[in-house]
Design a protein around this ligand. Sequence first.
Ligand code: AMP
Ligand code: MG
Length: 348
Amino acid sequence: MVRIDSSEKLCEEELQEAALILKNGGLVAFPTETVYGLGANALDEKAAGKIYAAKGRPSDNPLIAHISSIEELEPLVTEIPDVGRRLAEAFWPGPLTMVFPKSSRVPYGTTGGLDTVAVRMPQIAVARRLIALAGVPIAAPSANLSGRPSPTTAQHVWQDLAGRIEMILDGGPVGIGVESTIVDVSGRTLTLLRPGAVTLEMLENAVGHVEVDPAMKGEPNPAVRPKAPGMKYRHYAPRAKMTLVDGETGAVVREIRRRVEEQTMAGRRVGVICTEETKESYPQGILRCVGTRSREETIAHNLFAVLREFDDLQVDAIYSESFSESHLGYAIMNRMMKAAGYQRIHAE
Ligand code: AMP
Ligand code: MG
């Protein structure tokens, strides 16, 4: 693990070393503004294959290619639709991934066999500098073992991938904490495939109406195939069974308290995901405050770390408060619903 400064100050020597590993077909984990990514040369099928092996990722789950400047987009795609250009202008560099028809330069080993390629230009300077030094687009899914919560610190990457990859660049905790928004710009309609920090409201403000992939609404249904293959897998899953409780805050707190008491009496260790606003309201249970409701970005920022902490604490069950499904809350609830395996109850 190599420590770098993820602020504007670039650690040129460390980045050179990492870029050389990438050029030679190796794997490097690096910080982005969303989560830590596990990078490999996106144009080298063998290198991309190593990502699947290191993560234990199903081979039909395509990788996002990361670029450092807009000029690097053209060679990867057969067409840049007007809406893609407008979204790039509005949100790149940043936490937005766009799916384009792929050019022949991008191997199927990177796209999970699809004729489309997902591309993102990350925001933080070290990520872009690393990609520029490598001189190739960098395929980089989240740097966790498949099925575990995405890593938001270098320590999380270390826990999952130590010994499986050549290098981890430690730039400290990431800013956003949930993975990028994904939109498909390759079809006739603009479709949201995964919510993230570029919110549905922001997208619609920029380019008008956006469809939402039907597979994202509700529980996975074998009849509705998600357009982002990764969305079908149980993700972010803490080891304990997690239950989301929604409703008016007072009722939610009462319901969680009741369940925690019941389970504690039965000798079980119970985790509770609460907020600054409610943390004094739980007399029992192992509490983790995920952030404040008045600033949802704090909740996105802490969510995956809290899920990992409950794994370390070996709790038997987790109860969580829930959040509104608009703006950033949509991304937060999408990850929480997956973590809970869609187990959700309504408090009266
Ligand atoms: P991760 O980088 O771990 O956040 O995973 C990448 C996500 O992007 C997964 O959900 C993939 O299914 C999705 N993705 C990558 N490439 C494509 C593509 N060509 N079409 C649709 N979804 C994609
Ligand atoms: Mg992932």
